[in-house]
Design a protein around this ligand. Structure first.
Ligand SMILES: [Zn+2]
Length: 267
């Protein structure tokens, strides 16, 4: 059992934020330096921690536990989606501590963290059957969650339903861009087999280049943003950004406007 699993098992959940804070401060001190910079916590470090299934070098921020994908997404949320200033009701599925802390500190955001037995969630929520009204949220973040969900298309439809027209959703998943079609086989059930076929013990599929189609089929308008390419190699290395992550910006078209426009057009 890893230290993290052991802590989860033996320490009451209400102490998790305290532990994250204390652990982050100690680790930031141990790893302090100038070589790497984490945009999420604005810390600088001589090296970062290994992370992921293959224990990639310099993957995880010692100060805030952000992975490469979190750092890229945080930059994107700030630079492209102005999360620090726009008024919004934000739904954050299976909250990552680093994002939760930052969102909750922003006065313009009404924050709701949600999930099934998720350590930092405010409310219980099954994303395949969300017990909330249509058009409830201005923004949704569901980061690297759908690859764990057997009924992912149902989850996408539900997230689209509760998103307000004109709102946006970030629904990132791990992708294998060499695959034309998503690889899914529900007879593969054991952790060992899932690791072998899907890349992680608790993943239920491996998404391919058709991921965008799945999102569109669920109702979203999707724009694929190769935001990572906007960074020079030296900055990407200093920030330790992911190699191949593209951002899928999912939006919900305002059908009221469209209907009104078409009515006016007919008149
Ligand atoms: Zn950090």
């Amino acid at each position: 059992m890893s230290v993290r699993d052991s802590v989860k098992k033996h320490v009451p959940e209400r102490f998790f934020p305290l532990l994250m804070e204390a652990g982050g401060r100690v680790m930031a001190l141990i790893y302090r330096g100038k070589k790497y910079y984490c945009p999420c916590c604005q810390g600088t470090f001589r090296k970062m921690l290994p992370g992921g299934v293959s224990q990639r070098e310099n993957a995880v921020c010692p100060g805030c536990n952000a992975y490469e994908r979190h750092r890229l997404l945080w930059l994107y949320l700030n630079e492209k989606l102005a999360v620090y200033k726009r008024e919004m009701v934000l739904l954050h599925i299976a909250p990552e501590y680093v994002f939760r802390k930052m969102f909750r500190s922003l006065p313009n955001i009404q924050y709701v963290g949600a999930g099934i037995e998720a350590p930092f969630a405010d409310i219980e929520m099954d994303i395949t059957a969300i017990e909330q009204e249509d058009n409830s949220y201005d923004a949704i973040i569901c980061n690297h969650v759908l690859e764990h969900v057997p009924k992912d298309v149902q989850a996408m439809r539900e997230l689209h339903r509760v998103l307000k027209p004109g709102g946006w959703a970030i629904l990132q998943v791990p992708l294998d861009l060499s695959l034309e079609n998503t690889y899914e086989d529900f007879t593969i059930q054991s952790p060992e087999e899932r690791l072998k076929h899907f890349g992680q013990e608790d993943h239920v599929r491996l998404y391919g280049r058709d991921y965008k189609d799945r999102l569109q089929d669920a109702g979203f308008t999707v724009s694929v943003d190769r935001y990572r390419e906007e960074f020079s190699p030296s900055v990407a290395e200093r920030f330790r950004l992911p190699e191949n992550e593209v951002i899928y910006l999912c939006t919900k078209t305002d059908t009221t406007d469209r209907q009104e426009n078409s009515t006016q057009h007919r008149n």
